[in-house]
Design a protein around this ligand. Structure first.
Ligand SMILES: [Zn+2]
Length: 169
């Protein structure tokens, strides 16, 4: 594995890769270790192992198979949101190759509990705090209300986005 090139996968495409490695017809719902080994042969990113663990632990068919056993043992699911709403949300601004329509980035809002995502294509240059706030309201706030927690890194621009939404950082 060490002398082979691996693809560094951007955030927006990771779920697709994990799905392919775990539950595509050729995969058949592999366990965490097997899914990880398969993914790590061709792909890489910092949180790959954690993301595989999360993906498998939230996979519907796998959950249904294990639900009985887990309940019997009384193991709580740490990823379970109390009511499934968007209580903790992360924001990513990802640069992409420019599309025919002139978009060269995507704003990605991630529900940290379910990892459900909303993506909106944007032009990096025109992505002002107001624009991000508008997308947030359109994609998240309108249906989910204001989350309790908004996760941001130290990137000052993102902090501005969140401050505009009235969040305490
Ligand atoms: Zn599965």
């Amino acid at each position: 594995m060490a002398d082979k090139y691996r693809i560094c996968v951007p955030t927006v495409a990771r779920k697709e890769v994990l799905r392919e490695m775990h539950d595509a017809p050729s995969s058949g719902h592999f366990c965490v270790d097997r899914t990880y080994i398969r993914a790590a042969q061709d792909f890489t990113w910092k949180s790959l192992r954690q993301d595989v663990e999360w993906f498998v632990s939230t996979c519907g068919p796998c959950q249904r198979n294990k639900a009985y056993t887990a309940r019997a043992r009384g193991i709580p699911n740490p990823l379970e949101a109390p009511d499934g709403r968007w209580q903790a949300v992360a924001l990513d601004l990802v640069s992409l190759a420019e599309s025919a329509a002139g978009y060269d980035a995507a704003v990605v809002f991630t529900n940290m509990f379910t990892k459900q995502i909303f993506c909106a294509p944007v032009r990096m240059k025109g992505t002002t705090a107001e624009k991000v706030a508008e997308l947030f309201i359109l994609h998240v706030f309108r249906t989910q209300g204001l989350p309790k927690v908004l996760l941001s890194d130290r990137d000052s621009r993102r902090q501005v986005y969140f401050r505009l939404l009235g969040a305490t950082l």
